[in-house]
Design a protein around this ligand. Sequence first.
Ligand code: PLP
Length: 232
Amino acid sequence: MIDLAENYRKVSDRIRMAEVNAGREPGSVQLVAVGKIHPASAIRELAACGQRAFAENFVQEAIGKQHELEDLQIEWHFIGSIQSNKTRQIASNFSWVHSVDRFKIAARLNQQRPADFPPLNICLQLNLQDEETKSGLSAKSAIKLLDQIHDFERIRVRGFMIVPKPVSNPSEQQAIFAEVKKLLEQVNSLGHTLDTLSMGMTDDLEQAVAEGATHVRIGTALFGPRPPKKTM
Ligand SMILES: *Cc1c(COP(=O)(O)O)cnc(C)c1O
């Protein structure tokens, strides 16, 4: 049996400790609980512990859970890869999208965000390790995309997200997070006002917080290992 309240305490303690060790203000890092593949009942249980921000990777799965949980005050984040035929549903069912990595997707989210909603918070997903197989922007293409979408009114670009390729030693992992932070400082010195670094997962949240993460996305340490995804 997974004790969600206990896991929630442990993860909250890890975040607090990492903040202290990095000399950062307590509470400056937000926990985003990643519920992919886990049932709505587990999310409900964690919400009862006080967790408010939840992230999902798959649109259909997310919308089903949102329906079941609509009595709760949850802030929903989308962190999965985005097909352009799903942007309308994403634009109208989430507060944050962390995984934008193409102009076309940003433009569609901007166009499809309902007019009576606040602007959609987005992060540009980076890939600084040149992985062919994973989505994400190089530093250069991220800067270019930022300039292209700068004046979009229905999306608000908040910062960067990264899922680094696992590397064997923690300091190498931390160096990637440091690069992300440097890029954020660089674009802000060019006139942007980004305030979000979405980085750090179950295995590397300490290194991410040390390099300025504002949002850590934690699944396994909260919900336990993910069961294999059912084929639908
Ligand atoms: C699944 C997932 C997470 C959570 O990963 P854990 O290692 O289980 O904490 C975070 N970010 C993204 C983009 C994910 O897909």
